[in-house]
Design a binder for this molecule. Structure first.
Ligand code: FES
Ligand code: FES
Length: 163
């Protein structure tokens, strides 16, 4: 049976983000992306279209990719969440992030957090993807700046599938 909440009630939400336990409060209608940003002060997850199209808000939720704009914060009770802040230590870049920098895979960076999360998930499942597979994965994200070419090069360089 699903839980019922008063429309304007603030509900306690306990979750683990990037291995660290967090507790915050959210209205039943609060999107998970807004909970992460405004309640937990994790601003790495970006919010673009707010209806599941652009991919900017992509996170992992209990080990699967999720659009955090399409997920209510209360649905994250007890969940394990992964955000871009968890990809490397503060002030450092992991190999994928370094490759994005080296290959000019970002300009404004608005799309980047979600793409890094999706790419990390994708490469864990398919460590040696073809260029076509990389392009298909990226088709789940909108980038208005780069034309995607640098991203493809960066991802293939980390995967060892090209330069
Ligand atoms: S903000 Fe979630 S998909 Fe665009
Ligand atoms: S780098 Fe600007 S939207 Fe992708």
């Amino acid at each position: 049976m699903s839980a019922k909440f008063e429309a304007d009630a603030r509900v306690r939400v306990n979750c683990t983000v990037n291995g660290k336990r967090h507790t915050g409060y959210a209205e039943p209608r609060t999107q998970l992306c807004d909970f992460l940003r405004h309640e937990l002060h994790l601003y790495g997850t970006h919010v673009g279209c707010e209806h599941g199209v652009c991919g900017a808000c992509t996170i992992t939720l209990d080990g699967r990719l999720a659009r955090s704009c399409m997920t209510y914060a209360v649905q994250a009770e007890g969940a394990e969440i992964g955000t871009v802040e968890g990809l490397s230590e503060p002030g450092t870049l992991n190999p994928l992030q370094r490759a994005f920098s080296d290959h000019g895979a970002l300009q404004c960076g608005f799309c980047t957090a979600g793409i890094l999360i999706s790419t990390t998930y994708f490469l864990a499942d398919n460590p040696m993807p073809s260029e076509q597979e990389v392009r298909e994965m990226l088709s789940g994200h909108l980038c208005r700046c780069t034309g995607y070419e640098g991203m493809v090069r960066a991802i293939l360089s980390v995967a060892g599938g090209g330069s």
